[in-house]
Design a protein around this ligand. Sequence first.
Ligand code: NAD
Ligand code: AHE
Ligand code: ZN
Length: 369
Amino acid sequence: MKSRAAVAFEVNKPLEIVELDVEGPKKGEVLVQITHTGVCHTDAFTLSGEDPEGIFPSVLGHEGAGIVVEVGEGVSGLSVGDRVIPLYTAECRECKFCKSGKTNLCQAVRATQGKGLMPDGTTRFSYKGKPIYHYMGTSTFSEFTVVPEISLAKINKDAPLEKVCLLGCGITTGIGAVHNTAKVQAGDTVAIFGLGGIGLAAVMGAREAGASRILGIDINPDKFELARQLGATDLINPRDYDRPIQEVIVELTDGGVDYSFECIGNVDVMRSALECCHKGWGESVIIGVAGAGQEISTRPFQLVTGRVWRGSAFGGVRGRTELPGMVDKAMSGKLDLDPFITHTLPLERINEAFDLMHSGESIRTVIHF
Ligand code: NAD
Ligand code: AHE
Ligand code: ZN
């Protein structure tokens, strides 16, 4: 079948809107009509060429929602018409990782996913007879996409797809990192570096957890008002200080915060985020994705003296099990997705969504097909 899609033909070039050919779903796969997709900084990161797993030409996009239009052989848990959110972190419930109960990082399809292929090692997309690669197992910048059944969360049939698409990445990641990875408790102090979609969701999660102080740090002060509305108690622009921001935070918080979150992808900020943690127990969670070849560093003494460095992918969330509940929470009004949607655009204007992100004007642009 034909599908309108925004294709990344080359590194660092605008996406091109074309009509792709999409093959039907094979064994264990599902054809999904994407109705809406967010644009996450990770899409821009991969398009920039910084992602060691970036493959071109490909269909980016991993923050979408849609409707099942066809199921392949052996698919038993999904039917035509079901509302779904594609998952870049699958949940097979059978692999060593799923069974461990220690991680959400299912590895059942991860190897082929990282090569831009479906689990059988082939691609379902082509253009003018040449293969186009998948991305993160989701490729939500195509109106029709093929996804393994284990990479789809079935959600409430009445879910507003134009909003809950954001649960496919950003909001789930930020909130999940606070609750599942750091396990922030009432009264804890928290510092959140980077107040984009991920950082603001972390702010929201920290308020939900009952954090006593939530420091929001960003070099773009335009982000501060919304951060305050979502629960940040202190807003800090590192450019207002002529000394390392970790020193400022340690002073402001009587020795450092209990938890910090890096939501930017900047390895220097990752260091600040670790070093602003309290001696003896402070924990820093890396969420931001850094480019190929970049490495983090600190004095080992920072860890010797009790600080902990962790990372979080998709907020530690097991998508098939937990996303339906998050969608219900959003539908009941207990999880407000509206503040994150600063712009909406049709697929044809998707490149503007990247511009809005880079200029710092948007939190999330939702693309409709
Ligand atoms: P975004 O562009 O919306 O937000 C980034 C924010 O960081 C912006 O507000 C920007 O002003 C701020 N910033 C940039 N440089 C800064 C600096 N030196 N100091 C302080 N603030 C600075 O991006 P996003 O969509 O929120 O994504 C944030 C990061 O999280 C990206 O690296 C993305 O790839 C990553 N990410 C990771 C996961 C995961 O599962 N680990 C999931 C989603 C996104
Ligand atoms: N492909 C990159 C790493 C990219 C990365 O870290 N991705 C995050 C999700 S970002 C969503 O916006 C993640 O969950 N990673 C876990 C995984 O299994 O990919 C690289 O460096 O190779
Ligand atoms: Zn993302």
